[in-house]
Structures are given as C-alpha cells and as structure tokens.
Write a protein that binds this ligand. Structure first.
Ligand code: ATP
Ligand code: MG
Length: 446
C-alpha cells in the first residue's frame, strides 16, 4: 500500500475523552471512529487488524476441529422465552419489535440459536461430538461503555458451542477449547492467563477466564512470576487426545488465583512459593463454560444414545473478545510514541520511509524495495508522501509497524538503506537486497 493513496486519518492531538492508552492510540492512529457511545466505525487500519485477529482465531478453531458458521445478529425473542432467559437477561439486552409487533433482540450471545440449530438436525449420538462456532457482532447495552473497543456496546466476538453425549465428553471439549485458546493468544504475542471464574448469566459451574496482564485491567490476579517461562510454543497437541488436553490444562491453570477468591488463593499458595507470588490486573479476552444440560433440557436438544434412549446433550460455550483483543494488544505493546505491533499480528509487515520524495535515486530504490517485498509475499506500507522526514517517522512510530526501512540519497550513495526495529529502536545499514531478505526471514513461519 502507498500511503499517498491510503485512508489513514491520523490525529495530531491526543483525544481528551479517551482514558486509557489503547483507546487514545486507536483514535490517534486512525483505526476507529466513535459513531455513538460504545459503537465504532472500523477505519482501514483498524479493520485490517480486526481481520488479522479474526483470521488467527479462525485458524486455531479449525485446527481444534471446530466448524465455522454464521448466525444472524437479530433474533426472535421466542427462543429466549423457551430457554427461560428472555425476562431474566436484563437491561443489557437490546430489545425491539418488527413491523408486525413481534419481539426481536440483537444477540448478546447465542446459546439459544445454536441449540435450536442443533436440535433441528442432529438426532443420534453417532453425530457427536460436534462444536460449531461463529465470529459475529454482538450487542450488549453496557451501562458504562468505556475504554474504546475494550468495553463497547457493539463488539465482535467468537462464540463457539459444543454438543456432546456425556459430561465427560463435554469436559474434554472444554479442555480442548482451553488449549486452543492458549495457542491463539500466544500467536498474537500475548501472555493470557487461564483463571477459574464465576459463571454469571450463562450458568454452569466450570468456567475459566483468560486474562491479559495490564494495569488498566478490570480483574485482580495473583500469579506465579515464572509464568513468563511457561509457553505453549509449537508443541504438537492432538486435540482428540483427552489426557494430553487435560495435562496442558493442569500445567497452565495451577499458577494463578483470583484476588477475590479465597479457595483459589489457598490452592495457589500451596503450589507457588512466596517469593514467586505477584499481584497484577488483567483484561478478560475470553471465557469458556461447561453448563451441562442447562439449555438442551428446556429446549429439547436430545439425541438417541446407543441403547436407544433419548438424552439431552451436554453443552458448553466458549467466547473470545475479538474486537477487545485489539485494545488488549495495544495495552501490552506500546511506548510513548505509539503502538508496537507484534510480528504475529501487524497491519503491514514493514514500512518504507522515503527521506527525499522526488529524488530519482531514492524514489527508484523505494519502488524496487516495494516490489521485492511484495514478491516475497510481504505487505509493505510505503510512505511516498511529500512530507518531512520527521512527520513520516512520527506516523510510522504511531501506527507501530514492527520494522521500517529508511531510504535516503546519502545512504544510497554507499549502496545501503537502514532497517530499524520499532521495538528496540536499533538500526542496521544493509544493502536493499539484504534488507528484504532480513525482513522475509523475520516473518518466515508467522
Ligand atoms: P465482561 O465481564 O468484561 O463484561 P463478560 O464476562 O460479560 O465480559 P462473556 O460473555 O464472557 O463476557 O463474553 C466473551 C468475551 O467477549 C469476553 O471475554 C470479552 O473478551 C468479550 N466482551 C464481553 N463484553 C464485551 C464488551 N462490552 N466489549 C468488548 N468485548 C466484550
Ligand atoms: Mg466473561
């Protein structure tokens, strides 16, 4: 992409009403525009990042054997009356009527719709296990939308639903989700802590939240200082292997405790020596639930088991806050000059800054770099505007591309360009060919 032809409405001023850094930076970097309280337009850079996050979530869900579908955002109230949640859900549900006076709602979550779909088609235990999921907009009329996309009213969520014959099978589905989530967040360069939690209006007694550590997080957490060494890495997990998934769960979940849960604290203190205990705050970027037959029973989602009996299926639901993750990523990756995207999720792989637009040698070298990077399957953002170098650097720093290649007449005389890391600020002079090769090497396998 050439910046002169892109739509990147960066702001010079710091928006006054944005309280946390990720919200400020998303506005300043021209990623989002608030349309009304808690409702945002996704501008090109923000939309691109949303898609990148979505792609990682899809890839990891599919790897775990889960099947993508898409449900409508508007639902009939009927299904919610069947499950018994329509009246109880409260003010967060946006309710409306169509022209015939039928009660409708904007989906805040979709247990009912998935359960209804399941019961319409699946009749036999032989068709289990089954996990279907979607990445779709949700609406919750939050009393206090704030922190930008972190607590919006309209937000993008991955929500998945497992259907299993037995509790044991459904608990495996739960563990499988936990493992796939660990891998998902780690691919985004995030350390997400899986912590036992309260279930709230979704119901059920098994639930874990995933927290990304950040000062602005809303949940308190005790953690083991050694967790930074605990990586999912590229271990080969067989998602059908019950013992392996259980093992990963145990390895990852014993190192933390909620600051408001004395039982968890006792377990944590028994496992983690005093000098390694730390207290912090976390942003909830996902949650998984096992809730048994809470929906399948009232809604009649049954299958015939091997003995010919009709039994309600065991279910769980599993959410990832896709749009909130953008905020969490920025909270975890920024400095005073702007965002610092991790290589695993960045809107463009590398920026090209032309120090002297209009200089034949500099323009030519930038064009060549651009083409060579694209030929390697990389997406560069070329700042080809007729602007001063300082302004170009400030924009690149603000939007946070992990790598920048700076091209100027002086370097070109010696046959070199400069490759700079956004994270460390370190620069290296290289021939253009080597710079391209270096960038390709960095992104190989990501
Ligand atoms: P919270 O406690 O933050 O209100 P929740 O527990 O009600 O969230 P879930 O039902 O668990 O939310 O939804 C799954 C995920 O969707 C959450 O882990 C979170 O990442 C995301 N999410 C929930 N509410 C919002 C919101 N208002 N804005 C953005 N993302 C949200
Ligand atoms: Mg939650």
């Amino acid at each position: 992409m050439r910046l002169s032809r892109y739509f990147l409405p960066v702001l010079k001023e710091t928006p006054a009403d944005a309280q946390i850094v990720s919200h400020r930076l998303m506005l300043r970097a021209g990623m989002i525009k608030q349309m009304s309280a808690g409702i945002y337009a996704w501008l090109p850079l923000g939309f691109k990042m949303l898609r990148k996050i979505e792609n990682i979530v899809h890839e990891e869900q599919i790897r775990a054997g889960h099947i993508p579908v898409l449900m409508p955002t508007l639902q009939s109230a009927e299904l919610w009356r069947e499950s018994g949640r329509y009246d109880g859900y409260g003010e967060e549900m946006l309710r409306m009527q169509d022209r015939h006076g039928r009660d409708m709602l904007f989906s805040p979550t979709a247990e009912e719709m998935f359960t209804d779909t399941f019961r319409s088609y699946v009749k036999s235990y032989k068709d289990l296990p089954l996990t279907i999921y979607q990445i779709q907009w949700k609406f919750r009329d939050e009393i206090r939308p704030r922190f930008g996309v972190m607590r919006g009213r309209e937000f993008l969520m991955k929500d998945g639903y497992n259907f299993d014959l037995t509790k044991e099978d459904a608990l495996h589905a739960y563990n499988r989700h936990l493992v796939s989530y660990l891998r998902t967040y780690e691919r985004m360069g995030l350390q997400a802590i899986p912590m036992r939690a309260e279930s709230g209006p979704i119901g059920g007694d098994n639930t874990h939240e995933f927290l990304v550590l950040a000062e602005t997080g809303e949940s308190g957490v005790f953690y083991d200082s050694e967790i930074t060494d605990l990586k999912f890495g590229d271990r080969a997990v067989d998602y059908d292997d019950v013992e392996q998934c259980q093992g990963v769960l145990e390895e990852f979940t014993s190192r933390y405790a909620r600051t408001d849960d004395t039982h968890d604290q006792a377990v944590f203190e028994a496992q983690v020596p005093d000098e390694r205990r730390r207290e912090a705050r976390g942003i909830e970027v996902g949650q998984i639930f096992y809730f048994g037959t809470k929906y399948s029973e009232p809604m009649g989602a049954t299958v015939t088991d091997a003995e010919g009996n009709k039994v309600p299926v065991h279910m769980g639901s599993h959410g990832i806050g896709v749009s909130r993750l953008l905020g969490a990523l920025i909270e975890a990756n920024h400095d005073e000059n702007g965002i610092i995207w991790p290589e695993g999720v960045t809107p463009f792989h590398v920026g090209i800054v032309n120090l002297k637009q209009g200089d034949a040698a500099a323009d030519g070298a930038c064009e060549d770099l651009y083409k060579a990077l694209e030929a390697r399957g990389l997406e560069p953002l070329y700042d080809d505007r007729n602007e001063r170098a300082g302004g170009k650097f400030a924009t690149m720093d603000l939007i946070g591309l992990p790598w920048r290649i700076t091209v100027g007449p002086r370097g070109l005389k010696n046959g070199v360009v400069e490759l700079t890391s956004r994270r460390t600020g370190e620069s290296e002079e290289l021939t253009p060919e080597l710079a391209v090769a270096r960038v390709a090497e960095i992104y190989a396998g990501l």
